[in-house]
Write a protein that binds this ligand. Sequence first.
Ligand code: SAH
Length: 349
Amino acid sequence: MGEQTRELISSLDGGARLDATMFERIINDCDSDDLAFAMKRANAKRKEQFGDEIFIRGLVEFTNYCRNDCLYCGIRRSNQQVERYRLTAEQIMECLEQGYSAEIRTLVLQGGEDTYFNDARVCALVSEIKSRHPDIAVTLSIGERPYESYMLFREAGADRYLLRHETATEWHYAKLHPSSQTLASRMECLRNLKALGFQVGCGMMVGSPFQTAACLAQDLAFIQDFRPHMVGIGPFIPHKATPFANESAGTVEQTLLMLSLVRLMHPKVLLPSTTALATLHPGGRLKGIMAGANVVMPNLSPLSVRGNYTLYDNKANTGLEAVEGLAALSRELDTIGCTISKGRGDAPA
Ligand code: SAH
């Protein structure tokens, strides 16, 4: 068993293309020794590409209003228990300045699909950030919009866009979303973003309800073909006010395996060690890096609203993942020989 799994992992490491069946075999057969093997290879790959440097992104969760109703998400439209908030442009600029002083050179604006933030308002935010600090990269993560909107965002100066595909398997997508949201539309958005010249991030939750090994294998095959610049991968964690309240969370191990395989297939990819992974396990963030991740995203949102951007239960929000924790994060990274990069951290060509 172990030998075959390791052969497949090694061939991925050597640049081979695997098909979904092979990925599925790895996922099904992977034991703890195989995982350690994959992580070791992936960590070496990360070092080869990026040395000791870990990129940081300041995350501003600027609105939790959402018109969508994703069954897994704590800020879905149907959740009436969450207190809704939306930051003012002024508050967002304060987050920017705080991040800028902390030497953060990428700002990620993430939010629910909030219709208040129409194209004009989003463009105004992006232009304002860029005119204050031309050396900062702006990443948007605000869901699905028409091609024309993405084009305006790009023209306003946005550099990157995160839009997880969530799952590349049609029937699974339909289990996680209402029928008004389709995989086809998500995929079209991803293609549009790429065509417009954004650095694009896709990604999925690990261990989401109904997910099978075949689903994850499909995700990996999609990521292999799509060649995104960034991939967001974190464990699914249930939220108490969603239909998935009683489902179990994804595992640290399976998340680490996915990170490793993505690093091996795309050596240059920007791969965050996610807050969800850190939420599941105190050592999660470092483990993610040791599985090939090279990005962390400290939270820059004002403390007063952080507790309301609750995508899932117990979301970590004041520890090393927060901007106040940068010095501590730096010390933590030091224990595995890594340092925080001061650059924008664009995807290498
Ligand atoms: N509205 C934006 C941003 C979504 S929130 C968009 O549609 O892209 C960012 C990510 O959080 C989602 O893509 C999803 O993968 C993740 N997420 C949502 N609920 C989650 C949960 N319960 N557990 C783990 N991750 C979750």
